[in-house]
Design a protein around this ligand. Structure first.
Ligand SMILES: [Fe+2]
Ligand SMILES: [Fe+2]
Length: 135
C-alpha cells in the first residue's frame, strides 16, 4: 500500500505545482515500497538521491515563481525550503556512510516532511498566485 495518497487536501490550486507534488509523492512511495521489498543499499541510495534531486528542482521552481510575482511570503518560504533541503541532505549523508537505514521512522519523517510543507507553507501562496493569473 502507498505511504502517501494524493487527495484534494494537498492541492495548491496551481496545476503544474500539483503535478510536481504528485511526482514527489510517487517518489516517496517508491522508496517506501523499495524498503518494504528489502531492496539493497544501491537501489535505496539511487531512489533517495533521485528524490533529493527532484526536490531541489521543485523548490527552485516554486522560488522562481514566488520571486517573479513578488510574493510577500517569499523569504520565510525560501528559509523553509533551505531547512528542508538541509535535513534531507543530512539524512542522505547518514545513509551513504552507513549510519542509518531507510526505516519506517525515516519514511514517516519523509512523509511528514513533504505533506506538512505542502499543507502549511505551499498552500499559503495559492490565493496570491491565483490572483496573478497562475492557476
Ligand atoms: Fe512544494
Ligand atoms: Fe514550498
Amino acid at each position: 500500500m502507498a505511504l502517501i495518497t494524493w487527495s484534494e487536501t494537498l492541492t495548491v490550486n496551481i496545476k503544474e505545482i500539483d503535478e510536481q507534488h504528485k511526482k514527489l509523492i510517487a517518489m516517496v512511495n517508491e522508496l517506501h515500497s523499495a524498503m518494504g521489498s528489502g531492496k539493497g543499499k544501491d537501489v535505496m541510495g539511487k531512489t533517495l538521491g533521485g528524490l533529493i534531486d527532484y526536490t531541489k528542482t521543485h523548490f527552485a521552481f516554486e522560488e522562481q515563481l514566488m520571486n517573479k510575482y513578488a510574493y510577500p511570503g517569499y523569504i520565510s518560504h525560501k528559509a523553509d525550503h533551505d531547512a528542508l533541503t538541509k535535513q534531507v541532505a543530512e539524512l542522505y549523508t547518514k545513509f551513504q556512510v552507513g549510519k542509518t537505514l531507510v526505516t519506517v521512522e525515516v519514511m514517516n519523517f519523509l512523509k511528514d516532511w513533504l505533506t506538512k510543507h505542502i499543507q502549511a507553507t505551499d498552500k499559503k501562496y495559492s490565493s496570491y498566485l491565483n490572483g496573478k493569473g497562475i492557476i
